[in-house]
Design a protein around this ligand. Structure first.
Ligand SMILES: NC(=O)C1=CN([C@@H]2O[C@H](COP(=O)(O)OP(=O)(O)OC[C@H]3O[C@@H](n4cnc5c(N)ncnc54)[C@H](OP(=O)(O)O)[C@@H]3O)[C@@H](O)[C@H]2O)C=CC1
Ligand SMILES: CC(=O)N[C@@H](CCC(=O)OP(=O)(O)O)C(=O)O
Length: 342
């Protein structure tokens, strides 16, 4: 018998990915699944690709008996987890995939999310869920905040370089190409196939994307001074994946050596040979992140490229990795699936 798991928001994209991963997980057992409009439906009716599994019927959150649950994954829209986690029994561990507990500073939360936080104590208690950098804290945490998917991709590319003082902190430019599933499964006018399948579109340009709150928090913390990167995401015609191209000033060979050394023992972070850069196709459907470093014809400039799957390493895979640590399981359990190719 594995640990009893509830997935809230199981009828969404990250919820479905959690179900796919946990269905074959050796140490976890799905005990409850929730939805909102789809409450009362069977998962097979919502997701035909999960028809082979025997799963609980989707219910409302209120119908779940949390006293029988070891760990909750909350894959809900932003803003819903705060009051929910506050009211859960203290015995239940929580991995929140949304943004409610990512920012430690209440003022920063209000700035980026437009409303005051309703559970400030929990906001301060939560551990930031970038596993490879907060592993020890995550092991003992009751509440872990999954990172933004863009935030994870860029941090994997840049954190070791900022830590080691290898790049100019005032000249960091990150350009991202993002799969459409990053926007969730609900209907949005500008997410129609007719428009997205033939277009590349930047959004939240000019320093407006809410993941800047995570970059400001984390990069300023490790640099010991204010760091404000330029960051622009683009929607491209693909379902899954994020490709982050990060333009930095520093010695490309030293940058590559630092990343390779920092991630040498990381099971999910693979640094490619110098001069090679990854594509999203190499990591689709998996918990792996590939990172490459390319030099420039002008010495002192470098391109650091990171690729991951937003629904896996960028959210649900990261969530399972964190839950494994919180539950005392092997960190890689259920996550060593090879990427899907082509
Ligand atoms: N998509 C991604 O790549 C990433 C997403 N995240 C975050 O993960 C969370 C989930 O994202 P995603 O799976 O894409 O979202 P979806 O829109 O695909 O799914 C949302 C889920 O929440 C349920 N829900 C919606 N409103 C309510 C409500 N009022 N009460 C209870 N349940 C509700 C929906 O139920 P129903 O279907 O019945 O409406 C659905 O199950 C979000 O916070 C998102 O920001 C984080 C990183 C990456
Ligand atoms: C394509 C797309 O819209 N992607 C989302 C990121 C998804 C993510 O990380 O989600 P949250 O921060 O909302 O949890 C975006 O860039 O806003």
């Amino acid at each position: 018998m594995g640990k009893k798991i509830a997935i809230l928001g199981a009828s969404g994209y990250t919820g479905a990915e959690l179900v796919r991963l946990i269905a074959t997980h050796p140490g976890m057992e799905i005990a409850a699944l929730s939805a909102d409009r789809k409450a009362g439906m069977e998962m097979a009716a919502v997701f035909p690709h999960l028809r082979h599994l025997t799963l609980p019927t989707l219910t409302t959150i209120e119908a779940i008996d949390f006293s029988a649950i070891d760990l909750v994954f909350a894959a809900l829209p932003h803003g819903l987890s705060q009051a929910l986690v506050r009211d859960l029994p203290k015995t239940v561990k929580v991995v929140d995939l949304g943004a409610d507990f990512r920012l430690r500073d209440p003022a920063a939360y209000e700035k980026w999310y437009g409303a005051p936080h309703v559970a400030v104590d929990l906001q301060k208690e939560a551990v930031y869920g970038l596993t490879e950098f907060y592993r020890d804290d995550i092991r003992t945490a009751r509440l872990v905040a999954g990172t933004g998917c863009n935030a994870a991709t860029v941090q994997f590319a840049l954190r070791p370089l900022i830590e080691a003082g290898l790049i100019d902190l005032d000249d960091i430019i990150c350009d991202l190409k993002n799969g459409i599933s990053g926007a969730g499964r609900s209907l949005k006018e500008n997410m129609l196939f007719t428009e997205r399948q033939t277009d590349v579109l930047g959004y939240s340009q000019g320093g407006k994307h809410r993941h800047l709150g995570e970059f400001d928090q984390e990069f300023s913390l490790i640099a010991g001074r204010k760091v404000e990167i330029m960051f622009t995401p683009h929607l491209v015609p693909m379902s899954r994946g994020i490709l982050a191209s990060c333009y930095v000033r520093g010695d490309a060979t030293a940058i590559h050596a630092a990343l390779a050394a920092r991630y040498a023992d990381e099971p999910f972070l693979n640094v490619l040979p110098f001069g090679q850069a990854p594509g999203t196709g190499a990591v689709a459907g998996s918990n792996f992140c590939q990172i490459g470093v390319i030099g420039d014809r002008k010495p002192g400039r470098a391109l650091v490229v990171a690729a991951l799957d937003n629904l896996n390493k960028g959210s649900s895979g990261q969530a399972v990795q964190n839950a494994n640590l919180m539950l005392g399981l092997d960190e890689t359990a259920g996550l060593m699936l090879a990427p899907v190719f082509p």
